[in-house]
Design a protein around this ligand. Structure first.
Ligand code: PLP
Length: 406
């Protein structure tokens, strides 16, 4: 019999979303008339902006003619999109970036997992806790951890986010080779200051480590002094890869388009005393294992940067952020300590009880679904994540019900 990848056997079965689904099912069976409101899922609720849809349609029409047809595109993404990203997301903010350092992909989730392909198996990896679970599970799958016990994998370093450090773990006193940072953060909604990111860049340079910086929620930043990119920090171009996505920015969760930036300065060791370019390795990986994002989707993503696209995307984000401030304000008024919701669509609430009891209480007494913090790691126990992705009436109604129930 063919043998499975043995590392998959180590994976802790994530009961988070299946347990939530079971609890919802039981609740609905018992209360068929209650209109359940879901503030748990990290998916957007508004349709694609019109300029993005128009660009997609026009590109589909082009594909229908022999002259406009495009077959396999460049694995790294079309030049028109790479150039728009480098210009609007980076150079316009004073950050040096060339179009060929941008690799267009079908998701930040895939990129964060795939990136492990180009790194050695025996590196020391640090992940945040609470964590976006993909960082952990992809390391398990690729054999970079030992077994799971007591909520953690042997061999991984957990960088603990607490209320005291504002859910921005500082660099540790020990050595790491690869560090995952995510700001604005999922699930805590925390953002890192320039000083905090500078400390991480200094650490990475001192330890010759690599930072994988997930900026999937960059577009939600409202505060003028919060960095949007790790490359706003001096020295980051030699030690950091940045991943971004159109998913939450422009509602591309189902459409699929994202990108990873690999500056040409980053060097990695070949283990035999020579150095190689990380940019070349990633290019090689993508050219071999990926055939690019479809032309209509890349045209649609390009439309995000047109004046009409920018306006439409900004107004959707503003809408979600108004939801976030309603959630934040109501929970604070009800006496709870909250993080996030200022520069991110997630609000992280300290519950005073364990996460699941609070989940049950909100489900059974308010008919509202949130996400228990413990599902994001041991440090998430005692917290819940409330998502701002929903329609205003639902958010208002959910918060009224929650406040009444509490
Ligand atoms: N990174 C973070 C932190 C996320 O929360 C998510 C989605 O929830 C992703 C990446 C996935 O992005 P994409 O839809 O581009 O795969």
């Amino acid at each position: 019999m063919i043998k499975m990848n043995p590392h998959y056997a180590k994976l802790n079965a994530s009961y988070l979303f299946s347990t939530i689904a079971q609890k919802i099912e039981a609740f609905q069976a018992a209360h068929p008339d209650t209109d359940l409101i879901r503030l748990g899922i990290g998916d957007v609720t508004h349709g694609l902006a019109k300029p993005c849809v128009d660009a997609m349609k026009q590109a589909a029409d082009e594909m229908g003619s022999d002259t406009g047809f495009r077959g396999y595109g460049p694995e790294q993404g079309y030049e028109f999109l790479r150039a728009a990203i480098a210009e609007h997301d980076f150079r316009s903010r004073g950050v040096e970036m060339s179009a060929d350092e941008v690799f267009v992909s079908d998701g930040a989730k895939c990129d964060s997992g795939n990136f492990l392909d180009v790194l050695a198996a025996d590196i020391q990896v640090g992940v945040p806790d609470p964590v976006y679970p993909v960082y952990v599970d992809t390391n398990v799958m690729s054999g970079r951890t030992g077994t799971y016990s007591d909520g953690r994998y042997e061999g991984l370093a957990y960088l603990e986010g607490t209320r005291e450090n504002g859910f921005v773990p500082p660099p540790p006193s020990y050595h790491l080779d690869l560090i995952y940072l995510c700001f604005p953060n999922n699930p805590t909604g925390a953002t890192a200051t320039r000083e905090q990111l500078s400390a991480w860049v200094a650490y990475a340079r001192e330890h010759e480590a690599l930072i994988l910086f997930d900026a999937a929620y960059e577009r939600f930043i409202r505060s003028p002094d919060v960095p949007h990119s790790i490359y706003e920090i001096d020295g980051a171009r030699s030690c950091a890869v940045e991943i971004r996505s159109f998913s939450k920015t422009a509602g591309f969760t189902g459409t699929r388009c994202a990108f990873t930036v690999v500056p040409k300065e980053i060097e990695v060791s070949d283990g035999n005393g020579s150095v190689r370019s990380l940019h070349s390795l990633w290019n090689r990986r993508q050219s071999t294992k990926f055939n690019g994002v479809s032309y209509p989707i890349q045209r649609s993503a390009e439309a995000v940067y047109s004046p009409e696209g920018t306006h439409a995307v900004d107004s959707r984000i503003q809408y979600y952020m108004e939801n976030a401030s309603i959630i934040r304000e109501r929970m604070e008024r009800a006496g709870y300590a909250v993080t996030g919701g200022l520069d991110s669509p997630y609000i992280w609430v300290e519950t005073g009880t364990d996460s699941w009891s609070f989940f049950d209480r909100l489900l059974n007494e308010a008919g509202v679904v949130i996400t228990p913090g413990v599902g994001f790691g041991r440090m998430g126990e005692g917290f819940i994540r409330i998502s701002a992705f929903n329609h205003r009436e639902k958010v208002e109604e959910a918060m009224e019900r929650i406040v009444r129930a509490l």
